[in-house]
Design a protein around this ligand. Structure first.
Ligand code: ATP
Length: 315
């Protein structure tokens, strides 16, 4: 085994994502769907600290001032961050002797890829811990490749910004954006399982006798991003999983409608839900919308964030 470095502890901040467009194509032979996925990283972040330890350990807590329910997060070896640490260790030929301390602000099973974010953070943190020479063996692209083995949202959490993903969502091309977009997120009590939401999407399509179309990137969306046109972006938000999320969690319809009624310029379920994402034109509008949504009592928690932001970053 290679001698590992003397770095003591590395903390990485990693963003949640919202899908600006989630186009779900026909189901493939391998059981996955072909997707067109426009990912957007927002300033709602988890932090993962990696420090040398006797053996691989994971500790999970809610971030300070966050009310994230962490009960559903495994602390054992099936935590995605632990799996990421093992992958990096195997690649570098070192023991995965690391304690990972995860501070969560991203809702669990909320459709914002929190588990994938923690995996991305662990990839970057462990690489820094064990590979701190001038020319690291693992470049960011290598970490994104390793991440793709853990889940299709992991490479984007390493990359950040705004990017178009095709295939299962893991082949990424950065998108041109201008300025900052202002978001309000409404979280729900209790998560939705991503496979269950895809299953419901298939069932609804079958019942309706609908053949899924091959998804294509929305040109209106790309133009709105490139020109910093918040209203255009709001109008172009789309999510093919939304009917399935609403079918499994009918109360979300009230949340989406409330956001629209209260002045959001765009409203969409984030990924597989149940978090709902609302777009506002300015930071002040976002603050007003957040207060109004809070008053309407349609969500467990209301969180403001901006995007795009960088991917997993060493602090
Ligand atoms: P996506 O948007 O990618 O579909 P999600 O945001 O809906 O994901 P996650 O928060 O990523 O959902 O968690 C999904 C499940 O993954 C959790 O219910 C939990 O059992 C498991 N999991 C494993 N590791 C983690 C982690 N570090 N943080 C959160 N959940 C994790």
């Amino acid at each position: 085994m290679r001698r590992v470095s003397q770095v003591n502890a590395v903390t990485v901040r990693v963003p949640a994502k919202v899908n600006l467009q989630l186009g779900v194509g026909p189901i493939r032979d391998d059981g996955y769907h072909d997707l067109v996925n426009v990912f957007h990283a927002v300033s709602l972040c988890d932090e993962v600290t990696a420090e040398p330890a006797e053996r691989l350990e994971v500790r999970v807590q809610a971030a300070p001032h966050s009310r994230v329910a962490i009960d559903g997060v495994p602390t054992g070896t099936d935590n995605l961050a632990a799996r990421a640490a093992r992958l990096v260790a195997a690649r570098l030929g070192v023991e995965p002797a690391v304690r990972l301390r995860i501070r969560k602000a991203i809702p669990v099973a909320g459709g914002m890829a929190g588990g994938s974010a923690d995996a991305a953070a662990a990839l970057v943190a462990c690489a820094r811990l064990w590979d701190d020479r001038e020319q690291p063996v693992l470049a960011r692209d290598d970490l994104m490749d390793l991440g793709a083995d853990l889940g299709s949202d992991v490479p984007f959490a390493v990359l950040g910004g705004t990017a178009v993903g095709v295939g299962r969502g893991e082949r990424l091309t950065p998108a041109l954006t201008r300025g900052t977009f202002h978001w309000v997120f409404a979280t729900a009590d209790g998560g939705l399982s991503t496979p269950a939401v895809y299953g419901e999407c298939d069932r609804l399509r079958l019942d309706a006798g609908e053949e899924a179309a091959w998804p294509a990137v929305s040109e209106g969306l790309m133009t709105a991003l490139a020109t910093g046109d918040a209203k255009g972006l709001g109008a172009a938000l789309s999510n093919d999983l939304q009917p399935a999320a609403l079918s499994l969690r009918p109360a979300l319809r009230r949340t989406i409608d409330a956001g629209r009624d209260l002045g959001a310029i765009g409203a969409v379920v984030s990924g597989s839900g149940p978090t709902c994402a609302f777009l506002a034109e300015t930071a002040e509008d976002a603050a007003g919308l957040a207060d109004a949504l809070h008053g309407a009592g349609v969500a467990e928690q209301i969180v403001r964030a901006q995007g795009p932001v960088s991917g997993a970053t060493v602090l």
